[in-house]
Design a protein around this ligand. Structure first.
Ligand code: SF4
Ligand code: SF4
Length: 301
């Protein structure tokens, strides 16, 4: 049966759109934003996360691994990702919850079961289902099926996206999407490329087309000192988005709460080059959007 890799299926979320929501985090993303707090969603394969703080160095995982992928070196457990087949024997054998597999293949029915279970919360709170990631538009078939399922049950739908996808995918999901949570990470193409790894021309093109077709769009603007917090770029972003008729924005100040996940995945995280913008700066950004006739401006998710 067809399935899709999900890094997390978060119930009772209040940060990913209106009301109480169930957020489906697809695993896989074409961007590599420097500040990303969900690095476990980057790759389209399952991965082992290792928590050194819980580990007693008992060696059970080393003995359990049939592939010889696990070793203990310098008081830490190392997993050779080239050898690991995600058979989960090591995680089953670890008594201390120091190892976990991130990325679970779920079928359409399995995801729908969870969404259906939470329907009472949606109707009471004005919530619904949010499809996020990673980049959920990397999985157009499953995403479209899930959106159609929600529409048939009158579940409000939100799609949280970087905008970096073929227009054909947006065209396909538009009739079933009540709200787009649309990230703009930098106005300047050069800055965008530098901080995310991809060009932003397609992202702006898709946004313009969506707005011209009447999509309900809430802009999301991550603001990271050292990356994209230049006020002139933010001014240009507000101006261009306003010219498309967008009125809603969430200003998302940088935090490093995802830092520990990089450690657990054995990856580097460059926290020294990034910082949270000051309250004064955030107020200035709010004013920029107000001056461009945005009517719904929030700081935070
Ligand atoms: S089984 Fe768990 S606690 Fe023991 S060495 Fe492996 S990761 Fe550490
Ligand atoms: S998941 Fe399986 S193959 Fe991978 S490290 Fe653990 S025991 Fe070895």
């Amino acid at each position: 049966m067809e399935n899709v890799l999900i890094s997390n299926l978060q119930r009772f979320s209040t940060k990913d759109g209106p009301g109480i929501r169930t957020t489906v985090f697809f695993k896989g993303c074409p961007l590599r934003c420097k500040w990303c707090h969900n690095p476990e969603t980057h790759l389209t394969v399952s991965e082992i996360m290792y928590n050194r703080e819980n580990c007693t160095l008992c060696g059970r995982c080393v003995r359990a691994c049939p592939k010889g992928a696990v070793t203990i070196e310098n008081d830490t457990v190392i997993t050779d990702t080239n050898k690991c087949t995600i058979c989960k024997r090591c995680t089953d054998e670890c008594y201390y919850n120091a190892r976990e597999v991130v990325g679970k293949g779920l079928t359409f029915d399995e995801i729908c079961d969870v969404l259906e279970r939470d329907m009472a919360f949606y109707s009471e709170s004005g919530g619904g289902a949010t499809f996020s990631g990673g980049e959920c538009l990397m999985f157009p078939q499953m995403l479209t099926k899930l959106l159609k399922f929600c529409k048939a049950r009158r579940i409000h739908t939100a799609v949280d996206t970087s905008g970096f996808a073929a227009w054909e995918v947006f065209e396909k999901i538009l009739p079933y999407t009540d709200l787009f949570l649309y990230d703009i990470k930098a106005f300047s193409p050069d800055v965008h490329k530098e901080v995310t790894g991809v060009d932003n021309a397609l992202i702006w093109e898709n946004l313009e087309k969506l707005c011209s077709l009447g999509a309900n769009v809430n802009l999301r603007l991550p603001v990271i000192e050292g990356c994209n917090a230049d006020l002139s770029g933010i001014e240009e972003t507000a101006k261009k988005a306003a010219s498309f008729g967008i009125k809603k924005v969430n200003i998302l100040p940088y935090h490093d709460m995802g830092k520990y996940k990089y450690t657990k995945l054995g990856r580097d995280y460059d926290s020294n080059s990034m910082a949270t913008p000051s309250d004064e700066k955030l107020e200035e950004i709010k004013t920029i959007f107000k001056n461009h006739a945005f009517t719904d401006i929030k700081i935070g998710g």
